[in-house]
Design a protein around this ligand. Structure first.
Ligand code: PEP
Ligand code: MG
Length: 912
């Protein structure tokens, strides 16, 4: 019994309503969980002495109670609410429901995190047949009053009487809002008006009468003519909207929990539309498009907030800074009402200094009196985020650490690649959607084969190569193309890897494309795009558009804010950042981006050039050692030349070279014509070669004869590569060039594989150093890219100087999910929430990540200081970089264009 009473009294003492007004507020900015973002900031502004219409916030806890209590508000709410209304009335000098000088209220939702457009608002609450005459008398503006009344009826019937009541109109046209809007259009048409503003007081009065009839007829209930009923209806509707279909769907996408609940903000109405001495506007404390530290905004006289945003009337520039060529003739607040502008300017300065971040604010001027309606952290693009962060840190508003944390690493992409103009993108016709494999924007003419891509590019055309999937044979066309689009493949498919390596825009797994190579046409959802037609890609979003959209070029070299921020990031990070590169030019590009070594040189990428492929094919297709050795000896000088180029470019920085990895058949001719030519060059009968070619076919090449299995079965192959590496290193060292090779064995699953391959490499290394009479520092390590390697990482560590996690294969083999086929179904998994993210994009920390942790622990239990890194595609993805920092890796390695992103993410990892 005692216990029960205690519980009850706790409940009674609970504060449901937080008042704000006249420089005093019960809440503050830090109380977002209880008051929602909007309510907490309103309270904070009031405490700062900023003019805010008084009002109160009903807490998110009431929302929770509402749902626990069969959608009814808690008992004690009424009493607390009445007190707050009385305080509001006192400050405003008006009474809610009064017939002479009525106070009107707004009712707005406000969750912890902003959920734009998802929840509800009802304005002008308190207009009834009793209060209307008084308000007309008071304002001497019947047009304004009836306009406010019809807006209230539209919002209330839609939000409270239809949506919150769970009434589902059969079609959009049956919805009450649509019916009322249609009625306005009818009057306008009859009277030949162009704009809503042409409606007279009389028109609006009549409309209000018609609205009442339509509402009753459509929803079966009259529009409430009682101020209290309206207020409670509004409050309940906001709570109900938390569980509305749209809000639930939005939370699912944004991963916001359902049990947060929303707060309700009830506030005295102030009007920007009472006449020519009233106005309303939205502004940013800094320019959100450029980041410039200049007050920026738009306003309109005699208007309500939605008029500024909706674009019904051309908004005026707020000040001289905001004027453009098109708006320079329009009046600015700065020029028209300088005193009010100065007050607003002081407030915006105060808000930014207080919140230490760019604010997005809303204000209303009623009868030349300024009121602030909202402040929140403003959204910004990548360029401006960087500029603002750096300038704020330099002015001492924030420190460098905060500046780094303010920028999302992915936003750097906007600077590193050309991007599609967002305004044009909004208007463009979307043809199809795919996986965003290579960021940035590109536009060009469609070509359907690699040869055409190369030929057209030679003629000076900018082309986009469109294929079902790409193979190493397409590489010349991929290189010539501006961007690559494929109908198949996942985020680590061939096309994705190659495009990313070159920083090219790329979309893969775009399954709506049906390519007809014979007719040279692509069918996309019934539309035909011919070879030669222009398309535009947004590789950051995976969107394909018809025609040419405007692109903004990338220019990081000339962006002083970006350069400065990156130097700060480097001071804080502890993780090294390397690059994946296989040519001196890629290596040099990566050095410019700040790479500190090569973490993966995929030697197979060096074998596809025309002068080498024949020797490679001869090697593979020889059925005896002598034949193989003959072919291999042709490859040796070429490989040596490659390594020299790379070592020179990297000037003593570590270079990890991986010995041959992919299944051999990838190098083989696909047509009889090519096979015949090869047979001739090898002096073997065509049929014999064809039979051998067929014998090499594998059902599951990704899990077949690849990786170190090639070296185990053809040791002469790995020996040749080791020789090329060591001879290149010795020759350069003799000339005084610093070199540091790290030789890496791929796809090890059992320690014995590594043990054998290490011996092969060490034997060659000993012999070469003896021959050149010089010692070179080098190491031999392995990729950890199979689950068995993770589980036995302690055994493997005995024979490895370093580990490099190949998270592409590790993800593929942990999930048992082909990386080249995942594009067909993984997007579905992500869209339907089965997986939070594509595991080929961001490390699956609970699965693959656990295996990595195990391997780090086991490896270091044998060799405490073993160098460990990652060279899978995840090495350039911000969340994965943070994970690698957390599990104690020494470096991440990624494609050159992602190096800055990885450096930045590494700094954030160290600063959290
Ligand atoms: C990996 O598997 O993560 C890796 C880097 O190797 P590849 O992508 O070449 O298989
Ligand atoms: Mg691999």
């Amino acid at each position: 019994m005692g216990k029960k009473t205690a519980k009850k009294s706790v409940k009674r003492a609970r504060k449901w309503v937080y008042f704000f007004g006249a420089e005093k507020a019960d809440g503050k900015a830090t109380m977002k969980n209880l008051l929602g973002g909007k309510g907490a900031n309103l309270a904070e502004m009031v405490s700062l002495g900023i003019p805010v219409p008084p009002g109160f916030t009903i807490t998110t806890e009431v929302c929770t109670e509402f749902y626990q209590n069969r959608q009814r508000e808690p008992q004690r709410l009424k009493a607390q609410l009445s007190k707050s209304i009385a305080k509001t009335e006192k400050i405003m000098g008006k009474k809610f429901g009064d017939s002479m000088d009525p106070l009107l209220l707004s009712v707005r939702s406000g969750a912890r995190a902003s959920m734009p457009g998802m929840m509800e608002t009802v304005l002008n609450v308190g207009l009834t047949t009793k209060t209307i005459p008084g308000l007309i008398k008071k304002t001497d503006n019947p047009r304004f009053v009836y306009d406010a009344y019809r807006r209230l009826m539209m919002m209330y019937s839609d939000v409270v009487m239809e949506k919150a009541a769970g009434i589902e109109p059969k079609t959009e046209h049956d919805g009450i809002r649509h019916k009322l809007e249609a009625e306005i259009e009818l009057v306008k048409k009859k009277k030949r008006y162009k704009n809503d503003t042409d409606l007279t007081a009389d028109d609006l009065k009549k409309l209000c009468g018609t609205f009442k009839v339509i509402i009753k007829k459509t929803l079966g209930k009259p529009f409430p003519d009682d101020h209290d009923k309206q207020l409670w209806g509004g409050i309940s509707a906001v709570f109900s909207s938390w569980m509305g279909k749209r809000a639930i769907a939005y939370r699912k996408i944004e991963k916001l929990p359902d049990d947060w609940g929303t707060a309700v903000n009830v506030q005295a109405m102030v009007f920007g539309n009472t006449g020519e001495d009233s106005a309303t506007g939205v502004a940013f404390t800094r320019n959100p498009a450029t980041g410039e530290n200049a007050f920026f905004g738009e306003w309109l006289t005699n208007a309500q907030g939605e008029d500024v945003v909706a674009g019904i009337r051309t908004a005026y520039p707020l000040n001289i800074h905001t004027k453009t060529r098109d708006t320079k003739h329009l009046p600015s607040l700065e020029q028209m009402w300088p005193k009010l502008y100065k007050q607003l300017d002081r407030i915006q300065n105060k808000l930014e200094r207080h919140y230490k971040d760019m604010q997005d604010i809303e204000f209303t001027i009623e009868g030349k009196r300024l009121w602030m309606l909202q402040t929140r952290v403003g959204k910004r693009n990548g360029q401006s985020a960087i500029r603002m962060a750096v300038e704020m840190a330099k002015s001492g508003l924030i420190n460098r650490q905060t500046a780094i944390m303010r920028v999302n690493p992915n936003q750097l992409d906007e600077l590193l690649h050309p991007s599609v103009d967002p305004a044009e993108e909004k208007k463009a016709t979307e043809l199809a959607k795919g996986l965003p494999a290579g960021p940035g924007g590109a536009l060009g003419r469609v070509v359907l084969t690699a040869d055409d891509a190369e030929a057209w590019a030679k003629k000076g055309e900018t082309v986009i190569l469109v294929r079902n999937e790409t193979s190493p044979e397409d590489v010349h066309g991929m290189h010539a193309a501006e961007a690559i689009l494929t109908s198949k493949g996942g985020m680590t498919s061939h096309a994705a890897l190659v495009a990313r390596g070159w920083g090219k825009c790329c979309i893969v797994g775009c399954s709506a494309l049906h390519i007809d190579l014979k007719k040279k046409v692509i069918n996309i959802n019934g539309k035909k795009i011919k070879q030669g037609d222009y398309i535009t890609l947004n590789g950051s979003k995976g969107r394909v558009y018809e025609g040419k959209l405007k692109l903004t070029p990338a220019d990081p070299e000339h962006n002083k804010w970006y350069k400065e921020l990156m130097t700060w990031a480097d001071q804080f990070r502890t993780l090294n950042v390397r690059t994946n590169a296989e040519s001196p030019s890629d290596a040099k590009a990566a050095l410019k981006f700040g790479a500190e070594g090569i973490g993966l040189c995929r030697t197979e990428h060096m074998f596809f050039e025309a002068d080498r492929i024949t020797a490679v094919r001869q090697m593979i297709l020889s059925d005896n050692l002598a034949g193989r050795e003959k072919a291999i000896s042709k490859l040796l000088p070429m490989q040596k030349g490659d390594f020299k180029g790379i070592f020179k470019a990297m000037a003593g920085l570590p270079v990890t070279i991986r010995l041959l990895d992919p299944p051999l058949h990838e190098f083989l001719p696909h047509t009889d014509k090519d096979l015949r030519a090869l047979a001739k060059s090898m002096r073997v009968p065509f049929d014999k070669l064809k039979a051998r070619n067929e014998a090499l076919h594998e059902f599951n090449p990704m899990l077949g004869h690849r990786g170190c299995r090639l070296g185990v079965t053809y040791p002469e192959l790995y020996a040749m590569q080791a020789r090329a590496i060591m001879e290149a290193a010795c020759e350069l060292k003799k000339k005084g060039v610093k070199v540091y090779p790290e030789i890496m064995i791929p796809l090890v699953s059992h320690v014995n594989e590594l043990k054998d391959m290490r011996e092969v490499v060490l034997d060659v290394a000993r012999e070469v150093q003896k021959k050149y009479k010089i010692k070179v520092s080098f190491t031999v390590g392995t990729m950890i890219e199979l689950p068995r390697a993770c589980i036995t990482a302690d055994e493997i560590a005995e024979y490895a100087d370093f580990y490099s996690f190949g998270t592409n294969d590790l993800t593929q083999t942990t999930y048992g999910l082909s990386r080249d086929d995942s594009g067909r179904f993984l997007p579905y998994y992500v869209e339907h929430g089965l997986l939070k993210e594509d595991p080929f994009v961001s490390i699956d920390q609970e699965g693959v990540g656990e295996l990595m942790k195990m391997a780090v622990k086991k490896g270091r239990s044998v060799k405490g200081d073993m160098k460990m890194g990652i060279c899978g595609e995840h090495g350039g993805e911000p969340k994965s970089v943070v994970f690698c920092h957390d599990i104690g890796l020494d470096y991440v390695s990624c494609s050159p264009f992602r190096v800055p992103i990885a450096r930045f993410a590494a700094a954030q990892a160290a600063l959290r």
